[in-house]
Design a protein. Structure first.
Length: 372
């Protein structure tokens, strides 16, 4: 027997779904502010006693499954009763086998209705997370907009939202929509799901938009380069500025992400991709961003042994010479000088470290002009 969960909000606190929806209305086409915190339940969540968490990680989620089994064994129990029952337990934010098993043991229609109600109406993240976990165990396409919206609160709901969307028809397009609107850890979860999806439709996006410049991009940059076959794309004759600019970001990130993700040393096509990027850069119009990305890559190549970039010494030296030749052009010098005021803190670091080590003429000349 299935029931239709009752509508309405819980108490006076705004539902997390409504909070996400309002943020989306304020930023309909771009990424929400990083982590979009605090959440509406932040005070109650912070002041709550520490969760009862099992010492054995294999038991994480088992107490949630017990609560779900009990709830679904009572045909007339409203979904709202789960909110208080889940308030003091530890709820994993990743896919959890215990919770999935409980979802699959329940009547599918009631399980979906309960998941939808918890996601849409809960003002507490524990209950909303369990609701999303229930939907992630299913595949109904009509739940995509609901999942995408709560997924905008991506630091917490990103892992399960990405899992839920990946399981559905048209999952790649749904994940791309969400990836364009999240940052920080949320972007890590969604981009990694896109890489696992392996859909042809995702390749163009991964090659041009996956990395937004955040340091957390290091977790997935190498996976993006591998999954999207970057070496094939950038060494072809048909390239565009978006592809080349994103390639520069990928190479810059992989050059310095040791300890969190794949580095150039671990990326077999690195010599070919570096050489292609350096060659194509010479044909692009100069911008401050292109200048900085190329300089950081060249600085890494010169500062480390050649094998740390997957190159022979001869390959590394030739690539560095290509980069420096472009950066020394008068129009490229002018472009980076114009852009220096965009982020003075960053350029102070860049001037004192990267530019100084490479002896970049744009910065020494600019300094002389300032003195005059």
């Amino acid at each position: 027997m299935s029931v239709t969960p009752e509508p309405g909000l819980l108490g006076t606190q705004i539902a997390l779904f409504e909070h996400a929806l309002r943020l989306h209305q304020q930023h309909p086409n771009g990424a929400l502010p990083r982590d979009v915190k605090p959440y509406p339940d932040e005070d109650s969540h912070r002041s709550r006693a520490s969760y009862r968490r099992a010492k054995d990680r294999r038991l994480y989620g088992a107490d949630v499954a017990v609560i779900l089994d009990k709830h679904f064994s009572q045909p007339d129990a409203p979904a709202s009763e789960l909110v208080d029952a889940l308030r003091e337990v530890y709820v994993p934010i990743q896919r959890n086998d215990h919770i999935v098993a409980a979802a699959l043991r329940a009547d599918r229609q009631r399980m979906r209705q309960t998941g939808r109600w918890l996601v849409r109406h809960s003002s507490d993240r524990n209950a909303a997370t369990v609701g999303l976990a229930l939907l992630a165990a299913d595949w109904a396409e009509e739940d995509v907009p609901l999942i995408q919206t709560i997924g905008l609160l991506s630091d917490h709901f990103g892992p399960l939202a990405a899992e839920a969307l990946r399981r559905r028809r048209g999952g790649a397009e749904a994940l791309i929509w969400l990836a364009d609107r999240v940052a920080g850890w949320g972007r890590v979860y969604v981009v990694e799901a896109l890489c696992r999806q392996g859909a042809v439709t995702a390749r163009a996006w991964l090659l041009r938009h996956a990395c937004d410049g955040d340091y957390l991009n290091g977790y997935f940059a190498g996976e993006v380069a591998t999954t999207a076959h970057l070496h094939q794309a950038v060494t072809s004759s048909d390239v565009d500025d978006d592809l080349l600019d994103h390639t520069g970001r990928l190479l810059k990130i992989m050059a310095g992400c040791g300890g969190i993700g794949m580095t150039l040393e671990d990326y077999p096509p690195a010599p070919a991709v570096l050489a292609a990027h350096a060659a194509h850069l010479a044909q692009q119009p100069p911008t401050a961003t292109r200048y900085v990305d190329a300089a950081i890559i060249a600085d890494y190549l010169t500062a480390k042994p050649a094998n740390r970039s997957g190159c022979t010494t001869e390959q590394r030296d030739h690539i560095v010479q290509q980069y420096l030749a472009v950066l020394d052009r008068p129009n490229w010098r002018a472009a980076v000088r114009t852009g220096r005021g965009l982020n003075s803190d960053f350029f102070a670091w860049f001037t004192g470290h990267v530019a100084a080590r490479l002896r970049l003429g744009a910065f020494s000349d600019a300094a002389e002009s300032d003195e005059r």
